[in-house]
Design a protein around this ligand. Structure first.
Ligand code: A3D
Length: 331
């Protein structure tokens, strides 16, 4: 019997997010994992540790650690979790220079050894780094996407569930736009198994419209600042458990060709009135990557917030360095 090849997932950057992602990807049996890091021994050490969980967690996958790009050869998916993260007091934009420099080498490694992969960018500032990754790899936009919206939407859903005292499993929430303070939670779409959250807040606060609005405003603001809230508490680290879970959602959607409708940072060619920029929007994610961007009519308030978010992205992208000549498309 011919057995199909198992999916191969490369994770570039074996720090907090990369390590947890590798562990959960193996325990969910998603495929063989290659952990890469430029700190000698880090990826290998984590891979040996995770391998030793295989018996108890009942997986028979291969997990290897490396500092050599050759080992990511022919990966189906590459996730980029390499790079500096924010410290307390920093904005995501403060990471442009350092993480751009990292991206040059990473993109070259991916372009050389995993030319058919779908790439999920996670490092910050997300919207700029996914742009740079696509420019450097030259891959079709459909195969280069950013993970932010799944996480931002999960945070919004979590805060709504806590406020209403319901299971987060039943909460649908959508956050679009940039992965920054100008992200756009779409309040109109927030519901608990179809019942609008605003209606449930009205029931809770017995029709006190001011209290309802203030509560929703606070949920939106907390979502927009959620990353910073965690950094303020951890001081020298950013969130890592929930980003890893959100990346898994995207990996599963691609590997299992699930056609999930989720928010991903995708390249716009006129959708929502934007062209030539990566922005967080609703997408169908399947085996080919971003298979379709799903548009809907925004209210004037949503559109104003979305446009502000796009301005934010444009400012970050304007700070990106020139692409070195070795990345120029081959004639
Ligand atoms: P951390 O635990 O510091 O791990 C980063 C790893 O990358 C370290 O092991 C480094 O050695 C490694 N690394 C650095 N440069 C390179 C390079 N050039 N090649 C290979 N490996 C390298 O950080 P983390 O895992 O907490 O976060 C990783 C990135 O994700 C950061 O840029 C964060 O800002 C970002 N992040 C994004 C989100 C989103 O929702 C988009 C959420 C949380 C963190």
């Amino acid at each position: 019997m011919a057995l199909n090849k198992r999916p191969k997932i490369a994770i570039i950057g074996s720090g907090n997010i990369g390590g947890i992602l590798a562990y959960h990807a193996t325990s969910r049996k998603l495929g063989d994992i290659v952990l890469y890091d430029n700190v000698e021994g880090r990826a290998e050490g984590k891979s040996i540790d995770i391998s030793a969980a295989a018996r108890e967690d009942e997986f028979d996958l291969r997990i290897t650690g490396t500092s050599n790009y050759e080992d990511i050869a022919d990966s189906d998916i590459v996730v980029i979790t390499a790079g500096a993260s924010r410290r307390y007091g920093m904005s995501r934009g403060d990471l442009v220079a350092i993480n751009s420099e990292n991206m040059f080498g990473i993109a070259q490694g991916i372009r050389n050894y995993a030319p058919s992969a779908c790439v999920i960018v996670v490092c910050n500032p997300l919207d700029a780094m996914v742009t740079l990754c696509q420019r450097c790899t030259g891959f079709p936009h459909q195969r280069v996407m950013g993970m932010a919206g799944v996480l931002d939407s999960a945070r919004f859903a979590t805060f709504i569930a806590e406020e209403l005292g319901v299971s987060v499993r039943d909460v649908n929430a959508t956050v679009l736009g940039s992965h920054g303070d100008c992200m756009v939670p779409i309040v109109r779409f927030a519901n608990v198994n179809g019942i609008p959250v605003m209606e449930l807040l009205r029931q809770k606060y017995r029709g006190d419209e001011q209290r309802v609005q203030e509560t929703m405003d606070a949920l939106v603001l907390r979502t927009q600042k959620a990353g910073g809230e965690i950094i303020r508490l951890l001081k020298d680290k950013s969130a890592y458990y929930s980003p890893a879970s959100s990346i898994l959602t995207m990996i599963e959607a691609i590997i299992q060709n699930r056609k999930r409708l989720i928010t991903a940072t995708a390249y716009l060619t006129g959708q929502f009135g934007v062209s030539g920029y990566y922005v967080g929007v609703p997408c169908i994610i399947g085996a080919s990557g971003v298979e379709r961007i799903v548009e809907f009519e925004m209210t004037p308030h949503e559109k104003a917030m979305f446009d502000k978010s796009v301005d934010d992205i444009q400012q970050l992208v304007a700070q990106l360095p020139e692409i070195p000549p070795e990345f120029a498309p081959k004639p």
